[in-house]
Structure formats: C-alpha cells, structure tokens
Design a protein around this ligand. Structure first.
Ligand code: HPA
Length: 269
C-alpha cells in the first residue's frame, strides 16, 4: 500500500485538480493523450515505483489534464507481462489511478481479429474477456482496503458504458463490433491452431494486454470500458504473416475514428 501512496503523493503534488477518468492507451493509440489540454506530463521514470516501458510505439508517460471538459489521466504507453515485468508492475499504474481519484477507466488495445466477420480497422467494444494468461494479478495477500478477496467479474466491462459508446458511435456514424477479448501472454503471435482454439472458446479478438489491468480495476470497483482496435486478422485467417508494422499501420489509419469515439464517450460520461 505504501508504494501506491508514494506514487500518489508524487503525482498529486503536480496537480491542482483530481482526474476522475483514466485512459490506458494501447499500441499506436497514444495520440489521444496529445489532445489533452492544460496537460501535466510525468514520465514513468520519474514516478516512484513505476517501471519503464520498452515497446516501440509506446511512450511511457502519464498525461493529466482536460479532455472534452473532463479531468483525465492518460497512460501513454502501458506495461506488458511479456516485457519481463512482474504482474504487480503491470497493474501498478491502475492502482495509482484509483488512488488519485479515478472512478472510470477506458482501456484500449490493438488486437488481432479472431471473428472472421471482422476486418482490419474495425473498432470492437469489449463485452467480456478470456483470461488465457493463466496468471492473476490478485494472487497473494489481499489488501482489503483495495477490494475483496474474491472480486466479482460478472460484468467486468460496464454495460452502461457500452450502451453509451453505442449511442455515441451511432451519432458519429462509426460502426462498432462488440465481442470477447482473449488475453494471452505473447510476445509471439498465436499459431493458426491457437486461433482456431480461441474461436471455439468464444474469443472474437486476441491480444497481449488489458486482462490484468481490468482485473485489478474491477477489484477496486472501477467502472471499465474496453475498446479493441482490430489491427490485423489473427494468424491463419489470411495467407500472410503478422507483423508489428501492420499493427501500427492499421491503428494509424483508424486513429481519427478511434479518437472521435473516445472523446465523444468522455464528453457524455
Ligand atoms: N495477436 C496478439 N496480439 C495482437 C495481435 C494479434 O494478432 N494484433 C495486435 N496485438
């Protein structure tokens, strides 16, 4: 607990207003943070107990300020388990967000399309997830001041916020998919056989993030909205190899839609 409080104290010293909405920005989606006004930017390297991010396309800083009139804190770049961090480090920023006032988070990621009716560039509201990392960030002693020992996960992704997002998307003329995100460890992409397995298990998209952060957020009763940007079709669907370059290219293309959707949702929150 004291680690969280130290990080909180460090951040709060730089702020005049509490952020109530947290944004976790995935690969190629960090540009949203550039639109935050009157921004206080804090590099992860400066914050006590934060870890450094190592993936290309992830910046590694908190951007705190106003977006659509709301006070937000954005993670421009997140930590992944595959980078070699322990899960506690991956979810630490979410716990710090809660400590500084966040009640709602919007978690975003680039993901592979497992559902064959999807196409690269689609945006998918996450309705639920499959935790296929076989890890849980809540393993260990439970801090009762954060949440329950056995937290409920029956509505991990808020129905209310999904409804709101659909309304916003309709007014903006943005088409939205809605489906189940399968969270794996990575960093290798899946094999075609694994993708067929995920489809049988009920997965619609696949990625290497989000699940630990959402578990920890729900533990603390933060309301969660999850959005996947389908950056590529998952392995074996198309007759072509997957690459991080393709992921970054596609997210670059849908950036405008993604930005207007998220901003529209924040405005209505
Ligand atoms: N698989 C896993 N993670 C991903 C993918 C994928 O196809 N695309 C973007 N992140």
């Amino acid at each position: 607990m004291s680690k969280i409080l130290e990080a909180k104290a460090f951040i709060e010293e730089k702020l005049t207003e509490k952020p109530t909405i947290g944004l976790v920005l995935g690969s190629g989606l960090g540009v949203l943070a550039d639109e935050i006004e009157e921004a206080t930017v804090i590099s992860y390297n400066e914050i006590p107990h934060f870890t450094k991010s190592t993936v290309v396309g992830h910046k590694g800083q908190l951007v705190i300020g106003k977006l659509k009139g709301k006070q937000v804190v954005a993670m421009q770049g997140r930590f992944h388990y595959y980078e070699g961090h322990d899960l506690e480090a991956v979810v630490f920023p979410i716990r710090v967000m809660k400590a500084i006032g966040v009640e709602t988070i919007i978690v975003t990621n680039a993901a592979g399309g497992v559902n064959e009716s999807y196409k690269p560039g689609d945006l998918m509201l996450i309705s639920d997830h499959l935790n296929l990392t076989y890890r849980n960030p809540l393993i260990g002693g439970n801090d009762e001041s954060l949440g329950a020992r056995f937290p409920d996960m029956s509505e991990a992704y808020s129905k209310r916020l999904r409804g709101l997002s659909k309304e916003v998307a309709a007014t903006l003329g943005i088409q939205l998919q809605e489906g189940v995100y399968a969270g794996l460890l990575g960093p290798s992409y899946e094999t075609p056989a694994e993708i067929r397995m995920l489809r049988i298990l009920g997965g619609d998209s696949v990625g290497m993030s989000t699940v630990p952060e959402v578990i920890v957020a729900r533990h603390m009763n933060i309301e969660v909205l999850g959005i996947s940007c389908i950056s590529n079709m998952a392995a074996g669907i198309l007759d072509q190899p997957l690459s991080h370059d393709e992921v970054m290219e596609t997210t670059e293309k849908v950036k405008a839609e993604f930005l207007s959707l998220v901003k529209g949702v924040i405005e209505k929150m």
